[in-house]
Design a protein around this ligand. Structure first.
Ligand SMILES: [Zn+2]
Length: 463
């Protein structure tokens, strides 16, 4: 048998290792044309950090020959030996070592170092690499790919999907521009009843300030990607949940699952769970319609308020005409193109950025929240959420004495300057000492798309 034949036997050992759940590396020792020992990786099973295929094979061969020197032997191994194994192979005084795939991270036969080429260490062992490198390398890649998939599966199983909900596949969110942050999930809040809520949580947990960023319809935490880096660079923590029905959070199949009170309760429990303190509440659109009702429930958690195009829907004043037009559009065209909506109001966005806003909604079934939210805005005094919003209005007028910063996207036809002027009177009554609103002339409804200067102003303002 030649080198290829013996390496195939080593590959058989590698396959056996994979079956046993070990990293698939195999070895055989050949003495005068005869296989006298085999070895495969077994560190996990043997609780032995030294149980690499080469060491296992060397021990068996030495026992078989009754000699710790293996002078007339060749060792075949499917992967380039590490430093430990290279040392052992040199001690054994092998005639030859033949390996398959190179190991760029830990290889001690040429990739990282070459211990076989040190004249002080090696007097006789010849070295050859690259024999059946391809199948050996593929076996390893397949093994690690499978293990990653198993981990992902285990992760999904930790938050099993409810029968009455949908979950946008992770692949929809691959490689989104400007959104590098790791997903985090919670599903065991009482109000969630098992639905999986996604959120970002970046920056030091003990940061002086935590920016809690709440998005609206039809956006998700992607909306804050231009502001988050500014706050992280200033040393702050940023937490940005996706409302249920949006972004990477689970999406109930039925429109009727969505109510004002339920979403508010989810947010309250979420804040409690993360035990957020010294928060700057950052709101826009539904992020404010819901979010502005949160601080009165636990004022001690909040340090300040950054409010962008939004409103308090108290039910005792007519809804703004821009909003009524939006609601009518949504009713007439429930399948409206989310990417196009963002492109229209934000001509500076790339097509990929606009598409990222569409990513959560691969089909009609995933769009229940988009249908449910516009009619859910409290319109009358007894609508769900209206009384809570009136209580919040009292809170902001009389009980809030902390810094408030307002930024207004001037081009917003829905919740633009007139709506924001009215909200300013509530949030920043005369004598409150809060600054005039920051007007973002180019900014539309999704003013966060012009968010860097707003985030920088916040860093200067919230001391
Ligand atoms: Zn090794």
């Amino acid at each position: 048998m030649d080198d290829l034949g013996f390496m195939r036997l080593a590959l058989d050992q590698a396959h056996a290792a994979a079956t046993a759940g070990e990293v698939p590396v195999g070895a055989v020792v050949v003495h005068r044309g005869q296989v006298i020992a085999t070895g495969r990786n077994a560190p996990v099973a043997d609780h032995d950090p030294t149980a690499h295929a080469e060491i296992v094979a060397l021990r068996a061969a030495a026992a078989r020959l009754g000699n710790y020197r293996l002078a007339d032997c060749t060792l075949y191994v499917t992967l380039e030996p590490c430093a430990m194994c290279a040392g052992a192979l040199l001690h054994a005084r092998l005639q030859r070592v033949v390996f398959g795939a190179a190991e760029p991270k830990t290889g001690a036969a040429g990739s990282v170092v070459n211990l076989f080429e040190q004249p002080q260490l090696n007097h006789q062992t010849a070295l050859q690499g690259g024999v059946l490198a391809e199948p050996a390398g593929e076996l390893l890649q397949h093994f690690f790919r499978q293990r990653r998939e198993q981990h992902a599966q285990a992760h999904r199983m930790a938050h099993p999907l409810r029968d009455d909900a949908l979950r946008t596949p992770d692949s929809a969110f691959a490689d989104l521009p400007g959104y590098p942050w790791a997903p985090r999930y919670v599903s065991d809040l009482l109000a969630l009843a098992g639905l999986r809520l996604h959120y970002l949580d970046e920056g030091p947990p003990d940061a002086r300030l935590t920016y809690l960023c709440l998005h609206g319809n039809p956006a998700w935490s992607y909306l804050y990607r231009k502001m988050i880096p500014v706050w992280l660079a200033a040393g702050h923590r940023v937490v940005a949940p996706d409302l249920i029905g949006f972004g990477k959070s689970d999406k109930p199949k039925k429109d009727a699952a969505h109510t004002f009170s339920w979403h508010r309760q989810v947010l309250l429990e979420f804040i409690d769970r993360l035990d957020l303190q010294n928060m700057v509440l950052v709101v826009q659109d539904w992020g404010g319609i819901l979010g502005l009702t949160l601080p009165m429930a636990a004022p001690h958690r909040y340090h300040g308020l950054l409010v962008m195009n939004t409103t308090l829907t108290t039910g005792d004043a007519p809804l703004p005409p821009g909003f009524l037009a939006w609601r009518e559009m949504c009713a007439k065209q429930p399948e409206f193109d989310v990417a196009r909506l963002f492109a229209r109001g934000n001509p500076h966005l790339s097509p990929d950025e606009c598409a990222a806003y569409c990513a959560p909604f691969p089909d009609k079934g995933h769009r229940a929240a988009l249908r449910a939210f516009p009619p859910m805005v409290p319109e009358h005094c007894d609508a769900d959420g209206a009384a809570t919003s009136r209580a919040a209005r009292d809170f902001w007028r009389h009980d809030w004495h902390r810094p408030t910063l307002m930024a207004v996207g001037a081009q917003d036809p829905v919740l633009g300057p007139p709506v924001m002027r009215a909200l300013y009177d509530v949030l920043c009554p005369p004598g409150s000492g809060n600054p005039k609103p920051l007007i973002i002339e180019q900014g539309g409804h999704f003013v966060q798309e012009h968010g860097e200067p707003i985030a920088q102003a916040a860093v200067r303002f919230f001391k």
